[in-house]
Design a protein around this ligand. Structure first.
Ligand code: PGA
Length: 244
């Protein structure tokens, strides 16, 4: 099964989101073969889920707090995401790690909270350019995945997103993607002996309709987590079509 997820980040207002969803559904045709998701900003979750969930698309939150409720100004909880129509949540995106101090310890708690509220976590991992240049890529990925020893098994998607490829137009080369995905698969198998082989591993970082077919041909690439190109319904529908 292939998976394509649109990460809108802090983009779009309600009018744009509505026309995006309407356009996407027209472009996409009735029954996509792959799993398709959209991660809108919180204010658009209800709207987007009312437009696309009956069509079999998933709606993801872009983050979620580990606690179910309480005094956490500016945060959103897993049950609130669920209530807004989500069936999944992106966790550990590099922008959250980089700009909002998201830690691996917090992520382990968030994954467990997501499961408690029946949300599918999409865990993002990836190395910075400095880490790649220092030959630390696999060590960083191993560290970021090690939280799964604590969480144990559960429904999970993983996205490999090299930080230097996000929003830069500089996609990772096939050999780099191949090496990272093979390593992630081996770690998943080791950490989650019963379920690790079933976890889809998406690639993210400057995915476009021009680059996606090659990426999909790389072993262990199960789909894409898409930022920039997911803001255009035509391009996103094309990615969905390519995923088949
Ligand atoms: P990008 O973003 O496609 O714009 O590089 C990907 C992501 O951040 O998930």
């Amino acid at each position: 099964m292939r998976c394509v997820v649109a990460n809108w980040k802090m983009n779009l207002a309600s009018g744009e989101a509505k026309s995006f969803c309407e356009d996407l559904l027209v472009h996409m045709g009735p029954e996509p073969e792959s799993e398709v998701g959209i991660a809108p900003p919180y204010t658009l979750l209800h709207l987007v889920s009312s437009l696309v969930r009956t069509k079999g698309l998933r709606v993801f939150g872009q983050n979620g707090h580990a606690e179910a409720k309480g005094a956490f100004t500016g945060e959103i909880s897993m049950p609130q995401l669920r209530d807004a129509g989500c069936s999944g949540v992106i966790l550990g995106h590099s922008e959250r790690r980089q700009f909002f101090g998201e830690t691996d310890a917090a992520l382990a708690k968030k994954i467990k909270a997501a499961w408690q509220w029946d949300l599918l976590p999409l865990l993002c991992i990836g190395e910075s350019l400095a880490q790649r240049d220092a030959d630390q890529t696999l060590a960083v990925l191993g560290q970021q995945l090690s939280i799964l020893a604590e969480t144990g098994p559960g429904p999970l998607w993983v996205a490999y997103e090299p930080v230097w490829a996000i929003g830069t137009g500089r996609r990772a080369e096939a050999a780099q993607v191949l090496e990272a995905h093979a390593f992630i698969r081996a770690e998943l198998n080791r950490l989650l002996p019963e379920t690790g082989s079933q976890v889809p591993i998406l690639y993210g970082g400057s995915v476009t309709p021009e680059s996606f077919p090659e990426l999909l041909g790389i072993p262990e690439v199960a789909g894409g987590l898409v930022g920039g190109a997911s803001l255009d319904p035509g391009k996103f529908a094309e990615l969905v079509k390519q995923a088949g």
